[in-house]
Design a protein around this ligand. Structure first.
Ligand code: CP
Length: 314
């Protein structure tokens, strides 16, 4: 197995990665996923490394998935609950992270509401930083696990027609997916109301549809995004009921059963996705979550791991 590594010791966004680096992460995640079928799901590639997970925004999937990935790699893991930390006493972001670095943390996995927060810290401090989502800007590991899932299910990414549906404006998942999918040669379109699609999104090489039926024509994969009401300053469509009627995915709007259905979670059932579609065999939402652990193990290994991947099969 290759001993290639990423050029940077950080993972801040997808645009900074080359096509080859994205493929390296996806390829490296494959043996890590194989590990999950074994009775002992643990390897020692990060033994002796200390990782701090600090989430300034809520998370179920990303935070837990990183923690499981880190523990399966034998790292020492610390989770900071921001609501119980000195952040509540007014400590600045930079001072908080500097304090954690002073305890010799090797890697910080951080989610923050401010776009660029992780980039700022990476430029000022010595630890490796992994962006676990910064406001509406980037969520690189989500995009990598989404692309891994597409490649696993369809056998390739190049030439696949992928639609991102819903709240594109406030979606870091959409932005990171577009960067990654385009780099790997997929055809990407976005579907949603004009108020939820940035005006210059076409510059990223995507097609825009405001009509769901037209947008779904010829599609291979749909990635349904959550309406992020917590980021919207004002209601950007008349009512939730209206949004569901025009852009909700259910058995009447998606009649083809060969389309791969993805959702990064958390889902708003009954708004952007129906129970029927969310629980249908064509939905790979739980498989995305499983793949998230493998992809995050690959990222951590490629950033700071020691040892040969062949050890997994020894
Ligand atoms: N997809 C995702 O980022 O989910 P969480 O907010 O639960 O981490």
């Amino acid at each position: 197995m290759s001993t290639r590594r990423l050029r940077s010791k950080h993972l801040l966004d997808i645009e900074s990665l080359t096509k080859e680096e994205i493929e390296l992460i996806l390829d490296t995640a494959v043996p890590f996923k194989d590990l999950f079928t074994k009775s002992v799901k643990k390897v020692s590639f990060l033994r002796g490394k200390t990782i701090v997970n600090i989430f300034y925004e809520p998370s179920t999937r990303t935070r837990t998935s990183f923690e499981i990935a880190e523990k399966r790699l034998s790292a020492d893991v610390v989770n900071i609950t921001v609501s119980e930390s000195s952040v509540k006493k007014g400590e600045s972001l930079l001072d908080t992270i500097r304090t954690l670095q002073a305890m010799k943390a090797d890697i910080m996995v951080m989610r923050h509401s401010c776009p660029g927060a992780c980039h700022l810290l990476a430029s000022r401090l010595n630890a490796s930083f992994i962006n676990a989502g910064d406001g509406p800007h980037a969520h690189p590991t989500q995009a990598l696990l989404d692309i891994f899932t597409i490649r696993e299910k369809l056998g390739r990414v190049k030439g696949i027609n992928v639609a991102l549906i819903g709240d594109i404006t406030f979606s870091r998942v959409a932005r990171s997916n577009i960067w990654g999918l385009k780099k790997l040669g997929a055809n990407v379109r976005v579907i949603g109301p004009a108020t939820l699609i940035p005006k210059d999104i076409e510059k990223m090489g995507v097609k825009v549809y405001h009509n769901l039926e037209k947008g779904l024509e010829g599609i291979d994969v749909i990635n349904i995004l959550r309406i992020q009401r917590e980021r919207q300053q004002q209601m950007l469509f008349p009512t939730i009921r209206e949004y569901n009627r025009l852009f909700g995915i259910d058995e009447t709007t998606l009649r083809r059963t060969d389309v791969l259905v993805m959702h990064p979670g958390p889902m708003n059932r009954g708004i952007e996705i129906s129970d029927y579609i969310a629980d249908s065999p064509q939905a790979v939402i739980c498989q995305q979550v499983t793949n998230g652990v493998a992809v995050r193990m690959a990222v951590l290994y490629l950033i700071a791991g020691e040892g040969d991947l062949n050890e997994i099969n020894d």
